[in-house]
Design a protein around this ligand. Structure first.
Ligand SMILES: NC(=O)c1ccc[n+]([C@@H]2O[C@H](COP(=O)([O-])OP(=O)(O)OC[C@H]3O[C@@H](n4cnc5c(N)ncnc54)[C@H](OP(=O)(O)O)[C@@H]3O)[C@@H](O)[C@H]2O)c1
Length: 262
């Protein structure tokens, strides 16, 4: 999918599509002339986004309200797409939730739901839609990870671990599919100004900037891209230069106050 012509009138499925980074990505894809399938839990918000994208870009947009953390939800989505005769050319696994608190204070069911959504649904949906892409010799899968994927994050332990799964899974699939015509790539945003990132902090990036990085990643070559120069430096230092124990203790100090809501 290197050119605009490759993308025009093809179909992209985007999860977590009506808000934040997902909304910015759908805007870019619709701007390239792609038809869209928007997935998230809030059907009303999805319908409003679909109408806006159709009115502004003239592309076809359908929606499916679905909780992807539920068992069977990814296969329900794949069956729904198959019934509609939709060939998926681009899949953006973007839906995700955060949890910023000590694990000892967490509701175990919320920890499980986070892992099911951030890691489980990404893996299952990828495995469901990849074979048809490989058979056609064409397609792109973008998995939204996080800079948190590069270092364990105390007080966001399950979140960072789920994103480390996404990063590792995607990098491996990039290699598995390299000769098939299909591109699988992980994009890791750092702190981005969305509903998920309520913490007041300097240097948050705009969802539009992350969407630009996603579009560049779609057309790029490597297995993983970190959004933003500062985030790239930080992930390099934390994951390659510092011993893991030191990096984790620095992260612990940085996140302790945030987890207390200070
Ligand atoms: N913001 C950041 O600083 C940051 C940094 C690094 C990575 N990321 C990643 O970027 C992605 C997008 O997050 P965002 O920052 O744009 O936050 P956001 O605006 O809260 O977007 C999350 C999206 O996921 C959907 N979603 C949540 N739970 C779902 C579920 N169980 N089933 C289906 N859809 C669900 C939400 O829609 P509904 O509520 O309607 O379901 C929403 O559209 C996430 O994977 C996140 O981990 C964000």
């Amino acid at each position: 999918m290197r050119s605009r012509e490759d993308m025009r009138r093809r179909t992209a499925v985007v999860t977590g599509a009506a808000t934040g980074i997902g909304a910015a990505i759908t805007e870019r894809l619709a701007g390239e002339g792609m038809h869209l399938v928007l997935v998230a839990r809030d059907g009303t918000r999805l319908e409003a986004a679909a109408k806006r994208l159709h009115d502004e870009h003239g592309v076809e947009v359908s929606t499916l309200a679905l909780d992807l953390s539920h068992q069977g939800a990814p296969s329900h989505l794949a069956a729904w797409l198959a019934r509609a005769g939709t060939h998926v050319d681009v899949l953006v696994n973007n839906a995700g939730v955060g949890l910023l608190e000590p694990v000892a204070a967490s509701d175990p069911a919320r920890v499980r739901a986070l892992v099911d959504l951030n890691a489980g649904a990404v893996a299952e949906l990828t495995a469901l839609l990849l074979p048809a892409m490989v058979a056609r010799g064409r397609g792109v899968i973008v998995n939204i990870a996080s800079t948190g994927a590069y270092t364990p994050a105390p007080y966001a332990a399950a979140y960072a671990a789920s994103k480390a799964f996404v990063l590792s899974f995607t990098q491996a699939l990039w290699a598995e599919t390299r000769a098939t015509g299909v591109r699988v790539v992980a994009v890791s945003p750092g702190p981005t100004d969305t509903a998920m990132m309520t913490r007041r902090m300097r240097g948050k990036r705009a969802p539009d900037a992350v969407a630009d990085t996603v579009m560049a990643a779609v057309r790029g070559r490597g297995p993983a891209v970190v959004d933003g120069r500062l985030n790239r430096v930080q992930t390099f230092v934390f994951s390659r230069l510092l011993p893991a124990s030191v990096a984790t203790l620095i992260a612990e100090r940085a996140l302790r106050k945030a987890a207390r809501g200070d």
